[in-house]
Design a protein. Sequence first.
Length: 450
Amino acid sequence: MKIIIGNIKLTNLVSNQSKPLKGEILVPGDKSISHRALIIGSMAVGRTIINGILESEDIISTSNALKELGISIYKQDSDKWFIDGNGISGFKTPNKSLNLGNSGTGIRLLMGAISGSNIIATFIGDDSLSKRPMLRIIKPLELMGASILKQNSGKIPITLSGPKELVSIQYKSPVASAQIKSALLLAGLAANGISEIIEPIKSRDHTENMLNFFGAAISSSLNKEGNNTVKLKGQPYLKAQNFIVPSDPSSAAFPIVASLIIPGSKIKINDMMINPTRIGLIDTLKEMGAKISLSNHKTICGENTATIHAEYSKLKGVTVPASRTASMIDEYPILAIAASKAEGNTFMKGISELRLKESDRIKMISSGLNSSGIKTIETEDSLNIFGGNVKGGCKLKSNLDHRIAMSFLILGLVAKEPIVVQDCDTINSSFPNFKILMKKLGANISGANF
């Protein structure tokens, strides 16, 4: 049974050297799919029922924004959400600003979704989200006919006005970004004609899978150079569905890596999504010598899942190619923890996108590992980590970055001295029962008072 605790406040946490991790768990629903299920369910006609939604702060922010846009969303029982969709262009002008909190996915996808409705909405968020770039979404939406009435140098607050009619475009994205692609696809639902998005390499394709599941005519293809082209026929009839959200591989990454680096550990994670665009970390860990295997394969609402088995392994450093970035963009912080315990050096290439996340993740990873006794070399778009003995004995700030916070708590489990991570409240944005599940496996993580 999934245990979701949405209101836990994890201000300061400390992790100490841990005994072997043992057991079987189910991590919460996938964050990317939860956002999309809420939004696409709102754009369908009829009542969509969703099971397994991630009840984290980011997802609640998206749900609340949709309610402000005139969508009826409510929950019954312990794990079932109901959405009464108003159709593709059925959003209404909200009475107040849409506060997306810390959610970069929520804000960018909603900008695309509401562009197909003739409404005006202002988007705001917390301090971390207010620093993140939005021009990469704004510019192509303007090409489709949306108007930006107000912006803060390409950052929020941003006021967006949807036109009476959107136009379909062919857009070549400068980066492989599922957020850019998804925002344009959600806008393209309301456009007349074929919208075509071309990206350098294939990014996560949950939006394509879900739109197909809800009845849209959508296709994708790869050329010889590896460019991915997605084509969507506008103005489809999206029919409400019963939808199940699979478990999040980005959340599962933390107990997986912990089990690989703590001697004697052996764990099992059930029903984890294994979409090919999301398992770059698994591929990389296997190259490093990780004992990871998959069983019980299933297909759930267009997404593949499996049970993951992971146990302690002697890891070796590898070079992670830039071509893998899109399939593991959120997992580099926890990969860095595995690399710190690997023999030799692990070289991560083409990762400049990490500097535009909730924090400058290259800088945060590098400085945190250095404070823990691990040598690193960083450039603008790469990071080299030299495995060794983790000394720990340090106090680290999360900089409001949930994945940085969780990653260094995992590192503390193999450090000689405790590692304290400050400002861990942000963990609730993606993995609200992180501490509970890790302690269930035997991890030595507790509150820190100072």
